[in-house]
Design a binder for this molecule. Structure first.
Ligand code: ZN
Length: 408
């Protein structure tokens, strides 16, 4: 996302999570809902719609009709325009890494059209970067009118950004998600090698994990259709809060990477301990509890002991710095289900707005959920392991069926 906190989060993990611990093994569902005195009883919750714009069910916009006609939000095995484009001086092993990662992502979440992975070399020549320029011009990315130089691509690079060569909101709209990274970043993502001291294989694992994160954002965007995902798209957007956008994505990329890394040939040889060194979900849980309860303090790298999840965490520009919102998402899944967190909510947010969809699918208002989360985090034993099922270890498709989603 434009204001992605992921880089900060990953760096923090490396600086602070380099302690190996035995992986927590969990299974089954388990629900805190029954025991949570902070949670509202479902029958007492008033369901209300967030819709403030056009009545979408009776007067579909031309943009909406076009997006439905091109099946923009329909998961497929081989969707149109999922591309990997790199400068000529980027080693071909990365093409293999990206293409394989996309293949396995499509298998679990479904393939969504118009996802562009662009790799250039900061120290490379304009001649070698021509394929990158050609692609960015074709999809009318910012600054396409007079072409690009490597420096201009660097100035405009972002993961994740976007374009719409058909014209956003028009009857020819054709939104693209674009992840632009430089080759130098691939070698040492978030300084995992230079500061974290990890291996080249672990750097590649970090890249794979990052692709999964950004692709999940593409999935979130696809189901917002022409409304747009959050406040950055204006008042008619579905209004998804930042804690959900980033939390649901961060939780997905980690669970997916743990599941799939051994299927990616460019990661062959990676040991389980090396993966755990980078992705240790139970440790996230324990550290978060300790921070919230003031047992440990990391100054500017953590959250304050008196922090409470609130409305301010619904926007990038007011969100609590360094807050591990993955835990917020995991708690919502624990309270409801992963199917609710990842699939049911986005399935309904085009029609109902995020708030309406949240209330319909969870039986809670957002504020009731915040109260419940805060009550949970401040009342648990700070030394405990995550509750059973908090981070599932079964294959994702056994507890969350992404292929079933139908938003309209
Ligand atoms: Zn993100």
């Amino acid at each position: 996302m434009r204001s992605d906190k992921r880089g900060i989060g990953v760096k923090r993990e490396f600086l602070s999570l380099l302690i190996l611990i035995v992986a927590f093994v969990c299974s089954g569902g388990g629900s805190y809902l029954k025991a949570c005195q902070h949670c509202p009883k479902s029958e007492s919750v008033t369901i209300k719609s967030d819709l403030t714009s056009t009545n979408l069910t009776t007067t579909p916009t031309p943009a909406y009709k076009h997006l439905m006609a091109i099946e923009f939000n329909t998961p497929k095995l081989n969707p149109k325009d999922q591309v990997y484009i790199a400068s000529l001086d980027v080693p071909s092993e990365y093409k293999k890494l990206f293409v394989e990662t996309q293949y396995h992502l499509n298998d679990v979440i479904g393939g969504y059209m118009n996802f562009n992975q662009i790799i250039y070399r900061k120290s490379g020549s304009n001649v070698d970067a021509q394929p990158v320029f050609d692609r960015l011009i074709a999809i009318k990315y910012s600054g396409y009118e007079d072409g690009y130089t490597v420096q201009e691509v660097q100035d405009r690079a972002s993961c994740l950004t976007g374009s719409d060569p058909g014209g956003w909101g028009t009857k020819r709209t054709n939104p693209h998600s674009i992840c632009i990274m430089d080759y130098e970043f691939l070698l040492d993502p978030h300084q995992v090698v230079s500061i974290g001291g990890t291996s080249a294989l672990q750097a590649k694992l970090t890249i794979v994990d990052g692709i999964a994160h950004e692709y999940f954002h593409h999935f979130q965007r696809a189901h917002a259709l022409d409304r747009g995902l959050d406040y950055q798209y204006g008042h008619s957007s579905v209004g998804a809060p930042t804690w959900w956008i980033e939390g649901a994505a961060s939780l997905f990329n980690r669970l997916w990477t743990l599941q799939e890394y051994s299927n990616i040939s460019e990661l062959k040889g990676l040991q389980e301990e090396q993966v755990t060194q980078l992705i240790n979900l139970p440790e996230h849980y324990t550290i978060f509890l300790k921070q919230v309860q003031g047992v440990i303090s990391w100054d500017d790298r953590g959250i304050d002991a008196d922090w409470y999840l609130s409305q301010s965490d619904e926007r990038y520009d007011t969100m609590t710095p360094n807050c591990d919102v993955m835990l917020v998402a995991a708690y919502l899944a624990h309270l409801t289900s992963y199917q609710t967190l990842w699939i049911d909510i986005p399935q309904d947010y085009y029609e109902l707005g995020f708030k309406g969809s949240f209330e319909k699918n969870t039986g809670m208002t957002l504020q009731a959920f915040y109260d419940c989360f805060n009550g949970f985090m401040h009342s648990r034993d700070p030394n405990e392991s995550p509750p059973v099922g908090f981070f599932p270890t079964e294959p994702i498709n056994t507890y969350a069926d992404f292929w079933r989603i139908r938003s309209e």
